[in-house]
Design a protein around this ligand. Structure first.
Ligand code: UFG
Length: 325
């Protein structure tokens, strides 16, 4: 199948493209390289350097490449920044993304897999979180993801667009080629591994007074390879099954302290630790129920043992100590 991947040079996009190509699909990428990296593309893959609302470039893509489906990952994704600058988030994640849907409608492309987020849930009502929990985002990032899910629903109703929205939990890990490199980096695992390698500062854990067994927050880490495969399973599902929204998580939670201890073991490094006050907006526990994705998409997390996640991220870190810089 020929697929347009937006955000193709980002952390998840690069691995989605890698696996699509490995599994015999053909890919055309679109990335404005705001967060993406030139080096995060498979050599020989055609990547358009443009925004998702660049009509001229979209016309060229849809005319010259005739993709049968779109995987839409391009987005702004820093929760903290979304609170201080919501305009940027509504602009990129909703307004610009609408232009992409418009072009899909115009060219008769009716299948889309959309990168949503566990951030749509806000504070969980129950753990593990099922898709039945009503969305209640607590930041503009989550709001924009929720808004786009709703847009997809109405585009299906009006224009026959078929969609699968994947609500990722905590993406982590790497392939031998592609890994996690954000500027600034705010995520737990890449920061711990950077501290392990650079030995230039303590690892700060934000709060140990949560209502969890060791007092630190619990998250659901899912290997980026498993996340990427979920997109391919979703495309397959769209061939014959209805649209839908799915959690993509491992179904098991690990505390920040457990992540820290496992990283110490795997890296063999002494990682200095500092417990600091809580970070604003962090729920104590976020763990997915992944039953629906298993039942409907046939998706299972196959690489999301914590040791495999951290080992793969560490291998990548040692190979690319400064990421793509
Ligand atoms: N943390 C630290 N120290 C750090 C960085 C993070 O203690 O230096 C802690 C956080 O406070 C949190 C945990 O590690 O308790 C995980 O934090 P991340 O920033 O790695 O990930 P989040 O769970 O905050 O965010 C992830 C995605 C978001 C998504 C959110 C949905 O990155 O895009 O899950 O729940 F919105």
């Amino acid at each position: 199948m020929k697929i347009l991947v937006t955000g193709s040079a980002g952390y998840i996009g690069s691995v989605v493209c890698e696996l699509l190509i490995e599994q015999g699909h053909s890919v055309v990428g679109l990335d404005n390289f705001g967060n993406g990296h030139q080096q995060a593309s498979i050599p020989g893959t055609m990547t358009y350097n443009a925004n998702v609302n660049d009509e001229e470039q979209l016309d060229s893509i849809f005319t010259n490449h005739e993709p049968e489906a779109v995987i839409h990952l391009a987005a702004k994704s820093l929760v903290g920044e979304s609170v201080t600058n919501p305009s940027k988030y509504y602009g990129a994640n909703v307004v610009e993304s609408l232009a992409l849907l418009q072009k899909m409608t115009e060219y008769g492309v009716t299948k889309i897999v959309f990168s949503s987020s566990a951030a749509v849930y806000g504070e969980p009502e129950k753990t593990p979180i099922t898709e039945k929990q009503a969305p209640n985002p607590i930041n503009p990032y989550g709001e924009t993801k929720r808004a786009f899910e709703e847009i997809l629903k109405w585009y299906e109703h009006a224009y026959g667009l078929r969609y699968i929205a994947l609500r990722y939990f905590n993406a982590a890990g790497a392939t031998s080629l592609f890994g996690e490199h954000h500027t600034p980096e705010t995520h737990l695992i890449p920061i711990i591994l950077d501290v392990a390698l650079q030995q230039d500062r303590p690892m700060k854990i934000f709060g140990d007074d949560y209502e969890t067994p060791d007092g630190t927050c619990i998250r659901d880490y899912v290997h980026v390879i498993d996340i990427a495969n979920a997109h391919i399973d979703a495309l397959r599902s769209l061939e014959k099954k209805p649209s839908g929204i799915y959690n993509i998580g491992n179904g098991i939670g690990f505390s920040n302290r457990e992540i820290y201890e496992t990283a110490k073991q795997i890296t063999g490094q002494n990682i200095p630790l500092q417990i600091t006050p809580r970070r604003d907006g962090d729920p104590a526990i976020l763990v997915a129920s992944n039953d629906k994705a298993g039942n409907d998409l046939g998706w299972n997390a196959k690489h999301s043992e914590l040791a495999e996640i951290i080992q793969s991220a560490w291998d990548w870190k040692k190979k690319f100590p400064h990421g793509y810089e």
